[in-house]
Ligand binder design. Structure first.
Ligand code: AMP
Length: 419
C-alpha cells in the first residue's frame, strides 16, 4: 500500500516524497492508521524500523487539523531516553512538518546543556515538545512549560528509559498530563517493568510487533569472529581495511576502551572518533555529524552514548566487546540493516565472552555464525558450532593488505578452532 492511501494530508505526503521514502515500512503501515484514528499504541519496534515516522506523521496530521493560534500549549509530548535520540526525533518532526501551513512549532530539550536558552525557546509556546525526562521536570519546576493541554504522549525507547532509571520521572510527568489523552509506547524489548508501566497507562492499545520480540532484525547478517582478546584491535583494523568498510559503528564496553581504540585507529590513519558519557555534548554532536558526513570512518561508542543514534542505512556495526546484557546486543545491531536494507553485525569474541555469546543466541533465537580469520584465530577452543547457520555466508574478499601495528608472538595463531 502506498503512503497516499494511509489517510495523511498532502503537505505530509510532500515531506515523505522529499525524504525519498517510496513505500511505508511495516510499522508505518500499521501505526499510521491506528494513531490517526486516535487509538493508544503499544509497539514492539527497534530503531531502524521507521518507527519515528510511524508516530510523527500521524501526530502531525492530527495536530494540523486544529490550531491554537498564537497561544501554543504543548499538545504533543515525546519522551526519549537520551539527548541524541531527542535531537533526532526533533529533526524528524521538523522535517515531516516542513510543508504544513500554518507551521507547527517543535522544540527539543535535554539535560547536560544550559537550561536558560531552553527556557527562552519555550517562551512563545510550542506544539510538539521532545524531551528527556529529567530536564523536562526541571523545566516544569521552573514554570517554563505546562503540560496540562497535552493531547498525545509518546514514550520512545521506553525500555531504555527504564534501564536508565527514569521510571519515577516518567510517573511524575504522567501525573501532570490531562487524564484524557492518546498514549503511544515504543520499546524494543518487553520486560516485566515495561508491562507494569503499560498497565494503567495504555487504554485498549493497538498492538504492533514488527520484529518478533527480542529477535534481531532479519536483514542483519550476524558473524562472530573468534579471536584472542589481545588481537582485537588488529583484527578490527584488518577487517576495516580488507573489506574496505567506510562507515563503521564500533561498540566498546568502557569509555577508556573507546578512547584507546580510537587512538589506535587514528594512528594508522583510519579516521575515528569516540562518543561516550565523558565527552561534552558539543564533541558528541560534532563526532556524529562527521560520521554522518563520511568524514569520520569509525565511530567508537559505549552503549549509553549510542542509544538511539539514527544513521540511515548504517552498513556495519561491530561489537568490539560483547555487551553484558544480551538485550543490549539487540539494541546495538538494531543500528544496522535499517528500513529493510542489508546490514552486517560483526562481533569480536574472545574466550571469556563465549558464555555471553550463548546467552545472546538464546535470546535472539538464532545461532550466530562463527568464523575465524587466518592470522587472528582464537587460541582457546571455540564454543560448539550451532547446527544451522542463519544464512549463507557472504563472499569475503581476500586481501594481501596487512594492517598489523605490531607483531605479537604470544598471540601466534594455533590450529583453527571448531568454527
Ligand atoms: P527509525 O526507525 O525511525 O529510527 O528510522 C530509521 C531510518 O529509516 C531513518 O533514517 C529514516 O529516515 C528511514 N525511513 C523511515 N521510513 C522510511 C521509509 N518508509 N522508507 C525508507 N526509509 C525510511
Amino acid at each position: 500500500m502506498p503512503f497516499s492511501q494511509l489517510g495523511l494530508s498532502d503537505p505530509l505526503l510532500r515531506a515523505i516524497a522529499d525524504a525519498g521514502y517510496s513505500t511505508p515500512s511495516p510499522i508505518q503501515l500499521q501505526a499510521i492508521p491506528a494513531v490517526l484514528s486516535g487509538h493508544d499504541l503499544l509497539a514492539a519496534a527497534q530503531t531502524g524500523t521507521g518507527k519515528t515516522a510511524g508516530f510523527a506523521l500521524p501526530i502531525l496530521h492530527r495536530l494540523s487539523q486544529h490550531s491554537y493560534g498564537a497561544n501554543r500549549p504543548v499538545r504533543v509530548l515525546i519522551l526519549t531516553p537520551t539527548r541524541e535520540l531527542a535531537a533526532q526525533v526533533g529533526e524528524s518532526v521538523a522535517k515531516y512538518g516542513a510543508h504544513l501551513h500554518p507551521r507547527l512549532k517543535s522544540e527539543v530539550v535535554f539535560g547536560g546543556v544550559k537550561i536558560n536558552p531552553q527556557m527562552m525557546r519555550l517562551r512563545g509556546g510550542v506544539d510538539v515538545l521532545v524531551a528527556t525526562p529529567g530536564r523536562l521536570l526541571d523545566l516544569v519546576n521552573q514554570n517554563a512549560v505546562k503540560l496540562d493541554k497535552v493531547e498525545t504522549l509518546v514514550l520512545d525507547e521506553a525500555d531504555r528509559m527504564l534501564d536508565m532509571g527514569f521510571i519515577r520521572d516518567i510517573r511524575k510527568i504522567i501525573a501532570l498530563l490531562p487524564k484524557r489523552r492518546q498514549n503511544l509506547l515504543f520499546s524494543a524489548t518487553f520486560s516485566e517493568d515495561i508491562r507494569k508501566l503499560t498497565t494503567g497507562l495504555l487504554v485498549n492499545p493497538v498492538k504492533i510487533e514488527v520484529a518478533a520480540r527480542n529477535t534481531a532484525a532479519e536483514t542483519v547478517e550476524q558473524i562472530a569472529y573468534l579471536c584472542n582478546k589481545a588481537n582485537k584491535a588488529e583484527l578490527l583494523c584488518h577487517l576495516i581495511k580488507t573489506n574496505n568498510w567506510q562507515q563503521v559503528l564500533v561498540f566498546t564496553s568502557t569509555k577508556h576502551g573507546a578512547n584507546r581504540l580510537t587512538d589506535k585507529l587514528n594512528k594508522i590513519d583510519i579516521k575515528a572518533a569516540a562518543i561516550h558519557g565523558n565527552k561534552s555534548q558539543g564533541a558528541r554532536t560534532s563526532a556524529l555529524a562527521g560520521f554522518k558526513a563520511g568524514e569520520i570512518r569509525v565511530l567508537v561508542a559505549t552503549d549509553v552514548a549510542a542509544r538511539g543514534i539514527d544513521i540511515a542505512l548504517l552498513p556495519h556495526v561491530v561489537n568490539y566487546e560483547l555487551p553484558r546484557s544480551p538485550a543490549d546486543y539487540v539494541h546495538r545491531i538494531g543500528r544496522t540493516g535499517r528500513a529493510g536494507e542489508e546490514g552486517q553485525a560483526v562481533s569480536l569474541v574472545s574466550h571469556d565472552e563465549y558464555a555471553v555469546l550463548r546467552l545472546i543466541e538464546k535470546l535472539i533465537g538464532t545461532p550466530v555464525k562463527r568464523e575465524q580469520i587466518a592470522g587472528f584465530e582464537a587460541s582457546e577452543a571455540a564454543p560448539p558450532m550451532p547446527p544451522e547457520p542463519p544464512r549463507a555466508p557472504r563472499p569475503r574478499r581476500n586481501s594481501t593488505q596487512s594492517c598489523k601495528t605490531s607483531a605479537n608472538s604470544s598471540n601466534k595463531p594455533k590450529a583453527r578452532g571448531s568454527a
